[in-house]
Design a protein around this ligand. Structure first.
Ligand SMILES: Cc1ncc(C[n+]2csc(CCOP(=O)(O)OP(=O)(O)O)c2C)c(N)n1
Ligand code: SF4
Ligand SMILES: [Mg+2]
Length: 179
């Protein structure tokens, strides 16, 4: 009989390279904690990311994973899921990766309702490239590259994008837990 997996089974041997205090640690810890509850073997689980700090996520999960190209994780996940439907496929993306360069891919993956999960780390900034404003930054965001404030007229809300594409979403933001 197979032994039940625990949180520790999902922790990889890779050094985590996020800044001290980055919120991504909390997401990683929560995902590693809940994975055993799904009862899916690690060899049937795949995390597919684009580019960004958040997209380093697959290195830290002791499962299969791909760190792919900027904004294109949904396309690669689509290919994997339609050819290997028995796999548990997760896309990991950021607000820049998923809603800016990869916005088109994300919307159409949602519209097609491919059976994979999407973890969108929304820190409202391009973290990896040192803080340019993103599609979810507040209107008028002041950054080094927009010293007079961003010119974007609206700030995208990921849940609205999902709703428009016909998909429900659940947020990991829990005011009670600060996650
Ligand atoms: C084709 C291409 N364009 C631009 C970049 C530079 N780039 C790398 S990550 C990134 C934004 C990432 O932002 P986000 O998805 O929010 O990730 P975070 O670092 O905030 O987790 C950009 C613009 C790149 N690597 N490749
Ligand atoms: S730059 Fe920002 S998003 Fe990237 S690891 Fe550091 S705190 Fe996290
Ligand atoms: Mg970001």
């Amino acid at each position: 009989m197979a032994t039940a997996l625990t949180r520790k089974d999902f922790i990889s041997d890779q050094e985590v390279r996020w800044c001290p205090g980055c919120g991504d640690y909390a997401i990683l810890a929560q995902v590693q904690r809940i994975m055993p509850e799904f009862g899916i073997p690690r060899e049937k689980t795949v995390f597919i990311s684009g580019i960004g700090c958040s997209s380093r996520f697959p290195y830290y999960m002791n499962t299969y994973g791909f760190h792919t190209i900027h904004g294109r994780a949904p396309a690669i996940a689509t290919g994997l899921k339609v050819t290997r439907p028995e796999l548990d496929v997760w896309v990991v993306t950021g607000d820049g990766d998923g809603l800016s360069i990869g916005g088109n891919h994300l919307i159409h993956a949602l519209r097609r309702n491919i059976d994979f999960k999407i973890l969108l780390f929304n820190n409202k900034i391009y973290g990896l490239t040192k803080g340019q404003y993103s599609p979810t930054s507040e209107v008028g965001k002041v950054t080094k590259s927009t010293p007079a404030g961003s010119v974007a007229g609206i700030s995208l809300r990921p849940a609205d994008v999902l709703r428009e594409a016909g998909i429900g979403s659940r947020r990991l933001n829990r005011p009670d837990r600060r996650v």
